[in-house]
Design a protein around this ligand. Structure first.
Ligand code: SF4
Ligand code: SF4
Ligand code: SF4
Length: 349
């Protein structure tokens, strides 16, 4: 693609033709504040925070404006600063001031942008209105929706539509009553939401937050074993327990995305009821056993059944949680060691 040369705040930079000003700035390590942009999503231009001045006269939003050869962009022009600050002031006018207890604290784009545009205590007094105090939707088993903290950036709606193709949520109502809602304003647990959590990951404030709020002390790179897709994950570990799972954005298979099982299905790992040794039924009761004892029992029962009914009485049923190689080995073992062609796999997840 053709390269163009532009100037941002006096710096000459190269950008690909067709790129937006915001992407060109980001690609060169320059920050232009914004609240509704996400690198995984198409630009929306909802928040009006990424305003810049081009060629010394025209005010545009950087997330929609494409670069052109010779374009001169000013991100700190006084007029730009004033428009940007007004947009942020309107957003925080009725935003709850509960940062210390908010899940997004220290990871909140609204905080970051408010600091950047220089919101002061006096500004807060001047613009502050009452918080919206809308009821929370806590129906989903994995995450909560606090409408009062929502800045209506639309990132969750676009994530559900553009990335997940589910369209479980959208804007509802109008004007000051606008909110993010499911079809028919049902609780999210009763909607078509598949609980993938992709919207929660991208929400720039604390409006969508995971129920399990424990923060990990370290991350371990791994692969989800729930199905044959093999998505890359980072396990969040605290002490010896797993307290969260994040998608691995570097992994070419899933590029950071996860389904409900991969993101939330980790509770069994540290569950006290988890079976960690083979169990053998003795006198009608399952009791713990060693691996040698269990494998010898299985082998002897296989031999008994084959001797009595023939090899076709047995079959192998492998798992989509195994690798292709493991599934191949099981099929080979059933055919050669047992002598049966009864092989199947539960790959229809
Ligand atoms: S959890 Fe997934 S399916 Fe549900 S609203 Fe969010 S993105 Fe859509
Ligand atoms: S819930 Fe979060 S992502 Fe969705 S519109 Fe509100 S602030 Fe944006
Ligand atoms: S279960 Fe979900 S997260 Fe895990 S590998 Fe399959 S698609 Fe990926």
């Amino acid at each position: 693609m053709k390269e163009v040369t532009i100037t941002i705040d006096g710096l000459l930079i190269k950008a690909q033709e067709g790129m937006t000003v915001l992407r060109a700035a980001q690609a060169n390590g320059l920050y232009i504040p914004n609240l509704c942009d996400h690198p995984d999503l198409d630009p929306a231009g909802f928040c009006r925070v990424c305003v810049v001045k081009i060629d010394d006269w025209k005010i545009v939003i950087a997330c929609k404006q494409q670069v052109k050869e010779g374009m001169v962009i000013n991100t700190e022009d006084p007029e730009v600063q004033q428009i940007r600050k007004s947009s942020v002031e309107l957003l925080i006018a009725n935003h709850p001031m509960t940062c210390l207890t908010c899940e997004a604290d220290a990871n909140c784009e609204l905080q970051r942008v408010a600091h950047y545009v220089g919101i002061t205590a006096d500004d807060m007094k001047r613009y502050r209105r009452t918080a919206r105090n809308l009821p929370m939707d806590t129906s989903n088993p994995f995450f909560d929706m606090d409408h009062s903290k929502c800045i209506l950036c639309g990132i969750c709606v676009r994530t559900c539509d553009e990335l997940q193709n589910i369209n479980a949520i959208d804007y509802a109502q109008r004007g000051v009553n606008t909110l993010i809602s499911t079809c028919g304003n049902k609780p999210i647990a009763d909607s078509r939401c598949e609980s993938c959590g992709e919207c929660v990951v991208r929400c720039p404030v604390g409006a969508l937050s995971f129920k399990n709020s424990l923060r990990p002390t370290r991350h371990v790179r791994s692969v989800c074993t729930y199905c044959g897709v093999g998505c890359g994950i980072h396990l969040g570990v605290r002490g010896t327990s797993i307290v969260g799972v994040e998608g691995d954005r570097e992994n070419p298979v899933n590029k950071g995305s996860l389904c409900v099982k991969g993101r939330f299905g980790y509770g069994f790992i540290n569950h006290p009821d988890r079976i960690t040794t083979p169990m053998i039924r003795k006198d009608g009761m399952l009791v713990e056993a060693g691996w040698d004892e269990a494998l010898e029992l299985v082998a002897s029962r296989f031999n008994e059944l084959i001797a009595k009914y023939g090899a076709d009485t047995l079959g192998g049923f492998s798992s989509s949680r195994c690798t292709n190689e493991e599934n191949y080995l099981l099929a080979k073992w059933v055919r050669t060691a047992i002598g049966s062609n009864n092989v199947d796999n539960c790959a229809r997840v």
